[in-house]
Write a protein that binds this ligand. Structure first.
Ligand SMILES: Cc1cc2nc3c(=O)[nH]c(=O)nc-3n(C[C@H](O)[C@H](O)[C@H](O)COP(=O)(O)OP(=O)(O)OC[C@H]3O[C@@H](n4cnc5c(N)ncnc54)[C@H](O)[C@@H]3O)c2cc1C
Length: 325
């Protein structure tokens, strides 16, 4: 009756957002008087998997088929379903990210399970199995009760702080008999996004809008991002004008980010933009127009010209870091 959680890795390294998912599954398991079994697919060292015990997993089911180092949604689904059946699981957790979005709905269909995507809370078991999620581009919340016997939850990354506990998970090898269709999609090439910090996993994001005036001014924004160790993002018109690559575009029609800090520079704060960033823990807005709508969504605001403020902010952060070495 374990709670199952899909743990992703990149080249054998398990990243922080997965620890949050394991911890989330552990909290649910505790409420249910159950345990957590993490499912790891592809080549990962035992020590890396054992460390999932520090986030509350008792066991890891490891499907060590190297074809799973790449995302094959059907094969991932088969592996997760096999693990859920082996553990007689009633609750399956994934992240609400690219892999989770490709796998969790397939798992839910296979297991005839109800699914909540973009979960923002633990299930309230006193009211049934009620989970909070954002709807209408983050303008409202819905409280969804999953009524089916088996339940699938896709946790929105960066919803809960991650803390360690004492523990070491036991790693067990799991054989899965894959069918031809499981690997029916062939990955011909992988174009890795180059850039200091990948946007999807970033804790800090510096984002620019049309107020940056043109691509030639992005150097000062990148200097700030570099000093902070932040990823860079942009508004849609900026990507449409090819000032920045499309994978940096955030908002309703772009990526969704939920960093601890989102610095918006020269972005007006249209609802379509906010839809992709309003889950950020702290929002700082730099805009020369004090009436810019983004200020209403901001925790901190600076009214002024980005061309003057960005270099000064970068210099101040540099100085701060030197004093606190
Ligand atoms: C269906 C639909 C989907 C959309 N999806 C998205 C989406 O996913 N993401 C997205 O971003 N947009 C999206 N949009 C577009 C959105 O409505 C806005 O038009 C867009 O976000 C505006 O981008 P911006 O803030 O960069 O530009 P602008 O609205 O032109 O704002 C520029 C801002 O920069 C400020 N500024 C100017 N000069 C300076 C300076 N020197 N220093 C400081 N500040 C300065 C101005 O005061 C202004 O507030 C969508 C629109 C539609 C209709």
């Amino acid at each position: 009756m374990s709670v199952i959680v899909l743990v992703e890795h990149t080249g054998g390294i398990i990243k922080k957002k997965n620890f949050e998912a394991v911890q989330y599954a552990a909290q649910i398991a505790k409420q249910m008087g159950s345990t957590v079994t993490a499912v790891v697919l592809g080549n990962v060292a035992d020590a890396e998997m054992e460390s999932l015990g520090e986030y509350g997993a008792q066991k890891v089911l490891h499907v060590a088929d190297s074809r799973l180092d790449e995302l094959h949604a059907r094969a991932y689904t088969s592996a997760l379903v096999a693990a859920a059946q082996k553990e007689s699981s009633k609750v399956i957790v994934t992240l609400h990210d690219i892999k989770g979005r490709m796998v969790a709905p397939r798992v839910a269909v296979t297991l005839k399970a109800g699914l909540v995507a973009g979960a923002l809370s633990y299930p309230d078991m006193e009211k049934g199995f009620v989970i909070k999620k954002a709807v209408f581009s983050g303008k409202a919340f819905a409280y969804v009760n999953i009524l089916s016997d088996v339940k699938v939850i896709m946790l929105m990354p960066n919803t809960f702080p991650v803390g360690k506990v004492e523990g070491k998970a036991v790693v067990e090898k799991q054989e899965v008999s894959f069918g031809d269709k499981d690997f029916g999609v062939k990955v011909k090439a992988v174009n890795k996004v180059t850039g200091a910090v990948p946007l999807a996993d970033a804790d800090l994001v510096v984002s620019g809008g049309r107020g940056m005036k043109g691509p030639e001014n992005w150097g000062i924004l990148e200097d700030l991002a570099k000093e902070l160790g932040a990823a860079t993002a942009c508004s849609r018109p900026v990507a449409d004008a090819h000032w920045r690559p499309h994978h940096e575009h955030v908002g309703q029609t772009g990526g969704t980010v939920r960093p601890n800090l989102y610095i918006a520079v020269g972005i007006s704060g249209a609802i379509q933009h906010l839809a992709g960033v309003n889950g950020s823990k702290t929002i700082v807005v730099i805009n020369k127009d004090p009436e810019a709508p983004f200020f209403k969504a901001a925790n901190y605001g600076v009214v002024g010209d980005a061309m003057e403020i960005l270099p000064r902010l970068t210099a101040a952060i540099k100085k701060f870091k030197e004093h606190h070495k």
